[in-house]
Design a protein around this ligand. Structure first.
Ligand SMILES: [Zn+2]
Length: 122
């Protein structure tokens, strides 16, 4: 891939990463500050727990995405970004723009999904 295009994806991934890290930090602050409050009503306490579980779930998903972005940035640094892990062909830039953390080309992805579907039916 051309250097300018790599720069473009690097910026794209970095800004996404910053956005996620900032969002995760915000969730943590909300959680720790609300923990200080007391909930005399058990119903309030229950809904509060649900909120916290929700936050933890969101955080788990974000954590995974953050890891994926960091891996993609590593691939940019070592020169393997944009190359399909399965067949070794270039991943189309259109696909990368839509999903910059992807590690497989559309052909391999479709084959993988078709196989998964078959496995479910069989
Ligand atoms: Zn492929």
């Amino acid at each position: 891939m051309e250097k300018e295009r790599l720069e473009f994806f690097k910026n794209l991934l970095n800004s996404k990463l910053e956005e996620l890290v900032a969002g995760a930090g915000k969730a943590v602050t909300t959680m720790s500050s609300s923990r200080e409050e007391s909930f005399p009503d058990p119903t309030d306490r229950a809904s509060h727990e649900t909120d916290r579980n929700f936050l933890l779930r969101v955080k788990d998903r974000e954590r995974k995405l953050i890891a994926k972005i960091q891996e993609a940035l590593k691939r940019i640094d070592n020169g393997t970004y944009g190359i399909c892990e399965i067949c070794g062909e270039d991943i189309s830039e259109k696909r990368l723009e839509a999903r910059p953390v992807t590690t497989s080309c559309i052909k391999c992805k479709e084959e993988e999904e078709a196989q998964e579907k078959q496995r479910k039916i069989g």
